[in-house]
Each structure stands twice: as structure tokens, then as C-alpha cells.
Design a protein around this ligand. Structure first.
Ligand code: ADP
Length: 540
């Protein structure tokens, strides 16, 4: 027997319309290049997104056509997030921190027909413009300067369009957005999010026990809009009518803290490197910024070290740790403490909050190793696999990666993890970053999180380096805080108090900076190359 309910498509058009009807007075605030603030109401946002949709239709956009965006987190980028799908198109966020030849590959592989770009980012597109298949490139002026010849003005494009697009029949399984993974190995791979997957992800992500988004919130979205749709937050913000604050090109700690104070931000999201910078600034000048009581930060993309969670707590900022992937829309787990676990000691609670967390609604999760599916015992490590309605079933126009999915339909994440009896997943490594020493696995993540809790350490990472006896041994690569002295012996003792002897790195390298990928994650592959010839002295 079939259910008797309506077959109502889950589309972004509904989220948009809900916002348009209900939340017109809420604000979207953007920091522009000169640091001034651009602000408008959501009513203005909806009018402009509709005009954008109409303009794209007038320009000949057909259903399913891709439209690239190469933009900072701004009001215009938000307009593209909705204007493109409202016209039946697919917004495709381009990661402008990649090399221009990668951008060229990605834009052409996706067959972007039109591209929107911020004027300040134009120099990154210019070198490959002639090789792009895109028919037209529209420029958003964040500086107020005129648009250079050869490019079209975004404002004129909107200005010459009808007020609203012709209605488009959207199927919930139609693609709405697209994002390529950074591609640490091989070519970047495209993930096409459907209307349905984005809507389901938005409903799940916003739940109180997930990242809890409410219409009362003022959200500062630091995680780039080119990075898995800013973890889906713009959709949450629009659906709930939260005030949205977008930092534009200014991501340094002082600018962000200033914006948080000024706009009364109570919810902010970004990768750990952003929060480490903020923590550093807050520690240096405690009390300088009047932050909102109950301010929460949604931290993911790489592990939030326990020291970061503790440190921000001291400043009244609550970290919500989450794990996910581009292929997962991205939210897989959230590190919330269950009420039945709240009675534990502070130390255990911090340890729990530093885990990646429990699976979200509609995320099935399992750990698999040579013995089969691992028990939830918090000890047995294996490859993490996931399944669910907002997890990719394949890559866009690329069938070279079929081995990333199991025969029974699970996505193989490439992460190595344990799951404890309470259902908390703890990521121990990326498969490719694990260190195998004398046949035993060592988790680089655990070591670096511990090191980042050391008072002299600003940033630290641990990599595998070939070793004549042990095959591989861990090498700690450390950025010291200002004025701290490089003391390998002290670090070794610090770690020896917490880890098995064979886990403790024998080597310590001190560097001014750790190379990072566009998402702020440590580029371990680069460090492995840099330290490939490291000579292992006698442990001091
Ligand atoms: P995102 O950075 O948004 O999560 P990516 O697809 O760029 O998405 O990267 C996914 C990978 O990043 C994961 O497979 C995992 O290795 C790492 N990662 C993401 N979140 C965390 C986290 N909270 N802790 C540790 N690693 C994480």
C-alpha cells in the first residue's frame, strides 16, 4: 500500500520562498575590500536573486547548465547560491585558492557556461580566461572600481533583467550546486548536490542537537562559500531567517573579532586554523572584545584540538566540533555531549568533545578492517564508511573512482577511525597520513592535538618519515609561539606522559609556518617531501 501524502518536491525554491515571505526585514552584512560594511535586508536579497535568475534565463541559461562562481563570502555570492538554481541552473563554486590551471580544469570539466567573479579575484582568472569554455564572465565590484574591458558588469546584468524568472519545473533530484574536492591525489573530482540532498542536509544540520540554527541567530560564516557550500550554512540561514554576516576578503583574527563584536554575532563557523588565530588574539588581549554571551563556534574541516576547545571555553566561546567531507554535503558527525554522559569529569568531557562526534540523522556509519565490520568498542581502528541521502553516489562525469564505493553502496571516506560504545566516532587519521612504525599504527592526529595543547606551541603537525629500522617514524613539525625556545627534550617528555613510548616522535623540526591547503588544512604531503631526507639522530 502506498502512503496517501502529497509528492511534494524538496527544492531550494521552497527555502527561498519561505525566506522571501517571512524574513524580509532580516539583514545580510558583508565586509567589502576597503573594510566598509555593505548591508541590505533579506527583502533586497530576494529581489536581486530573482533578478539574477531572470537575467540568466534571458542570457539563454538552460535547465541543468552550470554557472561558476569565483567569489569571497559576500552578498553577491549568496545571490548566486539561490539565483542560479531558481533559474534551473547549477551553481558551481570555484576554489580560487587553487592554481589557475586547476581552476581552468575544474571550470571546463564542469562545463561552466557563465562565470561570476569578484573584481579583486579577477587577476587569478585572467591568466586562464582564454582557455575557459565559459561564454560570458560577469564581475562583481567589491572595490567600487569600474569593470575592466572584456568583462561584463554584474550590476548591469541584473539591472537589464525582468524582475522575476519564468517558473521552472524543478525535480528534487535535479542538480542545484556543485563543488570539486581539493584532489590531494589525481585530478579534482566533482560532486553534484541535488535540490533534495541540500534540503535534507539543511534540515538535519540545523537541528538543535546538530549545529542548532535558529532564526534568532546572527551567523558569521567564515568557512569559504567555495568550500562545500560553506558547510551548508547559507541554506540554514536563509531557511530560518537568521541574520547573516559575511567577512568578504578579511579573514584575519582582528577583523573577525571586530565583526563579531560589532554585529553581535552569536554563531560562527570556520576551520581550526581560524579559531587558533582567534584564540591567540583573545589570549593576548583578553577583554578587548565584547563578544556575545553564549557565542558558539562550529569547527571542522580538520580536527579541533582539545587545547583549542579548552582555550575558547575560557573566553566563553563554545566549540561545536563536527566532521564531514565534500562528498557528504558535508555534515557527517557532530561532537555533542549526550545528557547521559554529562556527569563525567571535566577531563573526560573535553576528551569527548574533541572526538568527531555522533552520526547525524540520515548518516549511517561503520568502521571496516580486514576482520570485517569493527565493533563499537572505541579501540578497533578501521576505514570509515558512510551511507545516506546527502552522500555522493558517484563523481560528476568521472568513473575512474568506482573503488571509493563498496559493492553494497557505502562510500569509503579514506579516514581511519574508531567508534566507541556510545556511538562517538574518533578520527585517528587519513589512510594516507597514518604512520606505520615497526608494523604498528600510530595516529598522527592524536599526537598533533596533544602538541597543540603545549603552551609553547602555536601549531604542530606530525608526519611519517622513512626510518631504516622501523620503516616509518613520526616527526613532529612545530611552529613555536613568539619567544618560546625549541626544546625537543621537553616536547618528548610532554608527549611521553600521554602516549605509548613507541608513539612519541623521535624527531622535532621547528619551522616558521606549516604549509596549508586552500581550506586551511595542513599540507602533510608537502611536509613529507620537505623532510624526506630527515636524518634520525640518537634520541636526545
Ligand atoms: P571538509 O574540509 O569540509 O570537511 P573536505 O572534503 O575538503 O571537506 O575534506 C574532508 C576531510 O577532512 C575528511 O575526510 C577528514 O579527513 C578531514 N576532516 C574534516 N573534518 C574533520 C574533523 N573534525 N576532524 C578531523 N578531520 C576532519
Amino acid at each position: 500500500m502506498r502512503g496517501t501524502m502529497m509528492d511534494y518536491p524538496l527544492t531550494l525554491a521552497h527555502l527561498f520562498e519561505r525566506n522571501r515571505l517571512l524574513f524580509g526585514q532580516r539583514e545580510v552584512v558583508t565586509r567589502l575590500s576597503d573594510k566598509s560594511l555593505h548591508r541590505y535586508t533579506m527583502a533586497a536579497f530576494s529581489r536581486r536573486a530573482q533578478r539574477l535568475a531572470a537575467a540568466l534565463q534571458k542570457a539563454g541559461l538552460r535547465k541543468g547548465d552550470r554557472v561558476g562562481t569565483m567569489m569571497w563570502n559576500t552578498y553577491a555570492h549568496l545571490e548566486c547560491y539561490f539565483g542560479v538554481p531558481l533559474a534551473g541552473g547549477v551553481f558551481h563554486t570555484l576554489n580560487f585558492r587553487l592554481h589557475p590551471t586547476d581552476i581552468e580544469y575544474i571550470a571546463n570539466h564542469a562545463e561552466d557556461r557563465f562565470i561570476f567573479v569578484d573584481d579583486v579575484l579577477l587577476p587569478l582568472l585572467e591568466p586562464v580566461r582564454a582557455k575557459l569554455k565559459a561564454e560570458r564572465v560577469f564581475v562583481v565590484s567589491l572595490t567600487g572600481k569600474p569593470i575592466p574591458p572584456g568583462y561584463e558588469d554584474y550590476e548591469a546584468f541584473l539591472g537589464n533583467a525582468p524582475e522575476a524568472p519564468s517558473p521552472v519545473e524543478l525535480n528534487e533530484n535535479d542538480a542545484a550546486g556543485m563543488c570539486y574536492t581539493s584532489g590531494t591525489t589525481g585530478k579534482p573530482k566533482g560532486v553534484a548536490y541535488s535540490h533534495r540532498s541540500i534540503v535534507l542536509h539543511t534540515l538535519v544540520a540545523g537541528q538543535t542537537d546538530a549545529i542548532a540554527v535558529s532564526g534568532r541567530d546572527t551567523m558569521l560564516i567564515v568557512v569559504p562559500m567555495f568550500h562545500v557550500n560553506s558547510w551548508g550554512l547559507p541554506f540554514c540561514g536563509i531557511m530560518h531567517g537568521a541574520k547573516m554576516v559575511l567577512p568578504g576578503p578579511h579573514l584575519d583574527a582582528l577583523s573577525l573579532l571586530d565583526l563579531m563584536e560589532r554585529e553581535k554575532v552569536n554563531f560562527a563557523a570556520g576551520v581550526p586554523t581560524i579559531w587558533l588565530g582567534l584564540l591567540h588574539a583573545l589570549d593576548k588581549e583578553p577583554g578587548r572584545w565584547a563578544l556575545q554571551p553564549g557565542l558558539r563556534t562550529f569547527v571542522g574541516g580538520s580536527a579541533a584540538p582539545e587545547g583549542l576547545i579548552r582555550g575558547l571555553d575560557k573566553h566563553g566561546v563554545k566549540v561545536i566540533h563536527a566532521w564531514g567531507m565534500t562528498e557528504m554535503s558535508p555534515l557527517g558527525t557532530v561532537g555533542r555531549v549526550k545528557p547521559t554522559l554529562e556527569q563525567q569529569s571535566d577531563d573526560l568531557l573535553y576528551e569527548l568533545r574533541a572526538k568527531q562526534g555522533m552520526p547525524n540523522v540520515f548518516v549511517d556509519m561503520r568502521v571496516v578492517n580486514e576482520q570485517g565490520v569493527a565493533p563499537w568498542d572505541g579501540k578497533t581502528m578501521g576505514e570509515l564508511q558512510v551511507r545516506g541521502p546527502f552522500i555522493a553516489a558517484c563523481y560528476f562525469a568521472d568513473d575512474s573512482q568506482k573503488d571509493k564505493w563498496t559493492a553494497d553502496g557505502w562510500f569509503i571516506t579514506g579516514d581511519v577511525a574508531t567508534i566507541d560504545p556510545e556511538g562517538y566516532m574518533k578520527l585517528t587519521d587519513r589512510t594516507k597520513d597514518l604512520i606505520k612504525s615497526g608494523g604498528e599504527w600510530i595516529s598522527s592526529v592524536d599526537l598533533e592535538n596533544a602538541l597543540m595543547g603545549h603552551p609553547s606551541v602555536k601549531e604542530a603537525t606530525v608526519i611519517a618519515v622513512a626510518h631504516p629500522k622501523w620503516d616509518e617514524r613520526p616527526l613532529a613539525v612545530i611552529v613555536l609561539k613568539e619567544g618560546a625556545t625549541p626544546e625537543p627534550k621537553a616536547f618528548r617528555e610532554f608527549l611521553a606522559a600521554k602516549f605509548a613510548k613507541f608513539w612519541v616522535p623521535d624527531g622535532y623540526a621547528f619551522v616558521p609556518e606549516i604549509p596549508k591547503n586552500p581550506a586551511g588544512k595542513f599540507l602533510k604531503s608537502k611536509l613529507r617531501d620537505q623532510f624526506a631526507d630527515w636524518t634520525w639522530g640518537e634520541p636526545e
